[in-house]
Design a protein. Structure first.
Length: 126
């Protein structure tokens, strides 16, 4: 996913505010799921949700106003109720951020549940 950095993405120091990287990572995961054929909105309507359970993030260098970033998301592991992603945010060949993110599949009561088989099948093809 490509992301252009606007002034509102930055802090008083002129660099991307650290929490904004979490939004970019989320957008990249959402695009990956969509490309794999997983309709998050449809699943939510059926009471099947995905919530971030854990994020490990390493900030290596700052992004700045007007940069164009490339955000990647790869599924590294699918378990019964969790999805694990390896993600990077790059400016050209330079890695700015590395992250490992774990999502848990939950029901409308926010209790963990198994990932539906049709979703797992779509993601295993990815």
């Amino acid at each position: 996913m490509e992301k252009k950095i606007y002034y509102h993405d930055t802090d008083a120091g002129g660099v991307v505010y650290y929490a904004n990287y979490l939004k970019y990572l989320e957008e990249s995961r959402t695009e990956l799921l969509k490309e794999a054929g997983v309709d998050i909105s449809k699943l939510a309507g059926e009471g099947i949700l995905f919530a971030v359970r854990k994020v490990e993030i390493e900030y290596k260098a700052p992004a700045r106003y007007a940069d164009t970033l490339i955000i990647t998301a790869l599924i590294s592991r699918i378990k019964n109720a969790t999805l694990e992603f390896t993600q990077t945010i790059n400016r050209g060949d330079q890695i700015l951020v590395k992250a490992n993110t774990q999502l848990v599949c939950i029901n409308s009561n926010f209790a963990p549940q198994a990932i539906p088989e049709e979703v797992s099948q779509c993601l295993r093809k990815e």
